[in-house]
Design a protein around this ligand. Structure first.
Ligand SMILES: [Zn+2]
Length: 405
């Protein structure tokens, strides 16, 4: 068993309160980093197409010096470190691409970032082109200094713990945030409860535990997803460059921001309940291929919702609900680490079609999205609770095997 660490890494997010001037500079900073990203991508594509050559991060990073010298009023304004972070981000996108090619998937080639598709700039080290709490002598206000932008006011609504490692700035619609990634944050270990649970991640409820608790009904998220789909169709119909197009695009981006907030909020709430209640939590290992195993929700013919609360309309709805699982698991793992709880991931194959009491495995056991009825022993349960029970059992078996080894 791994030793419990007393310190963890975690991030803190605070709203920024830039002046009008700083807001313009922030937007320029993002735009220049976006263009750097796209130029570096173009460089890699051309090198590959023309010469079959692979360009690496080190090579592109070495060119930054010249790019900055040639454009002192543009790229030269920003921090070398944040530009390196942007090139690293591209490098990661390529690494993920090649990894998926190797495993026989058909991944999409890394794509150019359009306007509004590049919303984060990261400074790799506090003190290098950026400084957290740059005005520590101010009695009430907190500032972050960003190279080329200045001392920007921060709405710091809680204490920052540990040591600030990296600083990121993120745009969400019209709002700006600073994200601090901190090391050595003291863990707030919770007292043991003696309880264990498996959790099933679903469409109608974010999670269902093997104890039968359904956490975070997703009706609100599904409703936002439906509105998002409507706005997207509207945008597709509006003429590019028209006033209407701009208006719908603005509404769309506000809706996207709302979905992200709702998803985060729901994930935090559900994770908190689980962490407080259980010492050991077993969940499904999340892989894209697993997401299609669930019964596809059936449209009711009126563009409405199914009784299980899942929006029935489009693949977009599904993908929005599915994306929530990744966010949830990330938050859950951070909280688990911080609280000293044990988290186990298991392969979800067959957990939804196997009878928890008798082990009989058949597709026919799963009557509907919600109902499980075993064709061998007659056991009837909510399908998600049955799955969660199987997940718990698989997790405990894994754990026993690991201990025996
Ligand atoms: Zn059975």
């Amino acid at each position: 068993m791994r030793a419990r660490r007393s310190a963890v890494r975690r991030s803190f997010t605070f709203p920024l309160r830039p002046t009008r001037h700083q807001e313009i500079a922030l937007a320029q900073c993002l735009e220049d980093h976006r263009q750097l990203y796209n130029a570096a991508l173009e460089h890699r594509r051309t090198a590959y197409r023309v010469a079959g050559a692979t360009v690496r991060y080190g090579e592109q990073s070495a060119e930054l010096k010249h790019i900055r010298a040639d454009d002192p009023e543009g790229q030269g304004r920003w921090s070398f470190s944040s530009q390196q972070a942007t090139l690293r981000r591209l490098d990661k996108a390529f690494a993920a691409f090649f990894r998926r090619v190797k495993t026989g998937h058909k991944p999409g080639y890394p794509r150019f970032k359009g306007r509004g598709r590049f919303d984060t700039v990261t400074w790799q080290k506090d003190g290098d082109g950026c400084r957290w709490d740059s005005g520590p002598h101010h009695p009430t206000m907190t500032f972050v200094r960003l190279q080329g932008i200045g001392h920007v006011r921060v709405h710091q609504h809680r204490r920052v713990l540990g040591t600030v490692k990296t600083i990121s700035v993120r745009r969400a619609g019209h709002r700006w945030f600073v994200v601090l990634s901190c090391d050595d944050v003291p863990a707030e270990t919770l007292p043991p409860t003696g309880a264990m649970a498996g959790i099933d991640m679903g469409v109608a409820s974010l999670t269902t535990t093997s104890d039968g608790d359904r956490l975070e009904n997703r009706r609100h998220l599904a409703a936002s997803a439906a509105r998002l789909a409507v706005a997207q169709r509207e945008l597709a119909r509006a003429a590019r460059g028209s006033r209407r197009h701009r208006k719908v695009a603005a509404r769309l981006s506000a809706l996207h921001a709302k979905v992200r907030r709702q998803r985060l909020d729901a994930a935090h709430k559900a994770a908190l309940v689980l962490i407080r209640t259980y010492d050991v939590i077993v969940h499904e290992a999340l892989e894209v291929t697993n997401m299609t195993r669930r019964a596809t929700p059936q449209p009711d013919g009126h563009g409405g919702y199914l009784p299980n609360g899942a929006a029935a309309k489009s693949g977009l709805n599904r993908s929005i609900l599915d994306a929530g699982w990744g966010v949830f698991l990330t938050i859950l793992s951070h909280k688990a680490e911080s609280a000293g709880r044990e988290l186990i991931a298991v392969n979800p194959a067959n957990t939804s079609r196997t009878c928890a009491p008798c082990g009989h495995r058949a597709k026919e056991n799963r009557l509907t999205q919600a109902v499980f009825r075993c064709t061998a022993c007659g056991h009837v349960a909510h399908a998600d609770v049955n799955a969660a029970t199987n997940i718990l059992r698989a997790g405990l078996a894994l754990r026993d095997a690991a201990r025996a080894a």
